[in-house]
Design a protein around this ligand. Sequence first.
Ligand code: TXA
Ligand code: MG
Length: 311
Amino acid sequence: MKKMLELAKKTFQNGGLVIFPTETVYGLGGDATNDIALKKIFKLKKRPRNNPLICHFKNIKEVKKNCKIKTLDEKLINLFWPGPLTLILEKKKTSSISPLVSNSMNFIGCRIPNNKTAKSLLNLLNFPIAAPSANIATKISSTHPLHLLKYFKKKVFILDGGRSKLGLESTVIKTFNKHIKILRLGSISIEEIKSKLPNVKIIISNNKSIISPGNQKKHYAPNLPIRINVKKMNKNESLLNFGKNNLKSNICEYNLSTSGNLKEASKNFFYYLHLLDNTKCSKIAVAPIPNYGLGKTINDKLKRASYNKNN
Ligand code: TXA
Ligand code: MG
């Protein structure tokens, strides 16, 4: 791995891109201070330039060098970093992070990942890594190197970190004086934040006041059509099941968690969607997922995955 990390470092320093593992999903990374690298990310991912990228930092000191941290940010940082929390922080005038990262906005999405390879990589570099999830815009996120082959093999250097531990992206949060706003549901559930900060008001951003442009209506979409909250199977459908029930597919099926464990379901979610997307069937049917804890995040993604503008 040491050799691979050195190679990744050189690639970054030359303005190249590296796909690297994090505890949530794989990231398509480039030097956050290098416009050439950043332009490559947007192009390769087919991502609109107005959808900002998350910056990955090695430690809090580096974040503080680039961004201002308020009281509520500090509280969240103490609770969740390193980990699956992205904080939208005000950029300092002295920061060398490129305006391309955040569509010239003064606020940057920042996170410190909790993954051994990502940490080792960041420690070798003297700049933060800007990285969206390593997938083509609106498609399913990648939680295993196998998911990267179709679009990125031979185009980008890939650091193999095995299967992602959490399997859902980071929770994106912006803090205000007296409340916090969740811009994207992710690996940290609303319930977990509430239990750790019982006195702080939490607002969930709705799609009408989009601050996180990545929160589009259609997102995380497999190539096959998807039908959610399914109680009865149709012919030719594969099945993404959850818990114990009578649903059965005669083509192919996976169960996110037979015991109904939402953490296990989160880890399996994109992984199984990728598998089902590669089976010969007309549609992917998805069993109802309880709408609390991480189930809320999964349902949010399922809703976007099944979004059809004709509906
Ligand atoms: O877990 C994750 O967050 C993964 C790993 C690789 O870190 N990254 C990821 O990045 O999911 P991406 O680009 O697929 O999603 C980032 C989300 C988008 O919805 C984007 O709009 C939002 O974060 N975001 C990033 N910077 C922002 C900013 N400055 N203001 C508002 N929203 C921002
Ligand atoms: Mg993404």
